[in-house]
Design a protein around this ligand. Structure first.
Ligand SMILES: N[C@@H](CCC(=O)N[C@@H](CS)C(=O)NCC(=O)O)C(=O)O
Length: 276
């Protein structure tokens, strides 16, 4: 990868491919407006949850680096995703991808009756899902950015190992749930999309295009793992939120070359702070 040079590509500001088709279908007014950025994995979490839980929403593209007032009104740090809840007067808002996901899960419980979680009658299974999600948020996601932003070859090798190990540990947690509660989410053959599939999916997907392209990353091997990947990437709710590969490669070039002031996430990684 040493021969690559920064070609100065800009992040995209409009979805492409199947994601663009979804945006077109979700352009009418609804009680919920999703403030989104087409390349953003935190947004994709919420977007997949909205689709899967069958909650009506309007997709609204904003540039989170320009921070228009409309975004600051619904998200204090000017980060996407955010929701504007238009059925309140004055309208209310929510930010933080996992908090929004929990809100949508609660909303669906009494509206569409769909859910990403194991049944409330199995508290232990639900706890195992939360353990998986905790690992994704505290270890796997930061490892993704450390790896992608690493510039010297040794740091890149270390970053690759760290990210690979984070996926391996997630697999162990999936296998533990398979042994103890018969499996969670799509890890279970014939299972439905689950909470952690949605929480981790956007970074796993970007590992197969962005990390592969800029760092030569290879996913762990294993039949079960690759079957899970296939079920995740082919799941209708996931697939319809995916743009074409070019959008991700272009949008992440600034991370791959660790350009100054790429984003709040990139700055946090560079200074060793927790993610925003
Ligand atoms: N903790 C937030 C993180 C969201 C986030 O970092 N979003 C990025 C886009 S991928 C953003 O809005 N960045 C704007 C900036 O860095 O100023 C969440 O989970 O929603």
């Amino acid at each position: 990868m040493a021969s690559m040079t920064d070609s100065g590509k800009h992040y995209h500001r409009e979805c492409t491919g199947l994601a663009l088709e979804t945006v077109k279908q979700r352009s009418g007014s609804e009680d919920i407006t999703l403030f989104a950025g087409c390349f953003c994995p935190f947004v994709q979490r919420v977007w997949v949850a909205l689709e899967y839980l069958d909650i009506p929403y309007k997709y609204y593209e904003v540039d989170p680096y320009k921070k228009p007032q409309a975004l600051l009104d619904v998200s204090p740090k000017g980060l996407v995703p955010a929701l504007k809840l238009n059925n309140y007067s004055p309208p209310r808002a929510l930010n933080e991808s996992t908090v929004i996901m929990e809100y949508l899960e609660d909303l669906a419980a009494y509206s569409t009756k769909r859910s990403l979680f194991p049944s409330a009658s199995d508290p232990y299974a639900r706890a195992l899902v939360r353990l998986q999600a905790d690992h994704v948020n505290r270890t796997l996601v930061p490892a993704f950015y450390r790896y992608l932003q690493a510039q010297d070859p040794e740091a890149q090798i270390a970053g690759g190992k760290e990210f690979h190990a984070a996926i391996e540990h997630l697999i162990e947690l999936f296998e533990r749930a398979a042994g103890e509660v018969g499996g969670t989410g799509l890890w279970k053959e014939g299972g439905e999309l689950g909470w952690v599939d949605v929480v981790v999916g956007p970074w796993i997907f970007r590992a197969t295009n962005v990390l592969k392209h800029y760092r030569g990353f290879e996913m762990p091997s294993g039949t079960k793992f690759h079957a899970w990947l296939g079920r995740l990437f082919e799941h209708p709710a996931f697939k319809k939120t995916c743009s074409t590969e070019e959008l991700y490669l272009d949008s992440y070039e600034r991370y791959a070359f660790n350009r100054p002031n790429t984003s709040q996430v990139a700055n946090a990684i560079n200074s060793g702070r927790g993610l925003p």
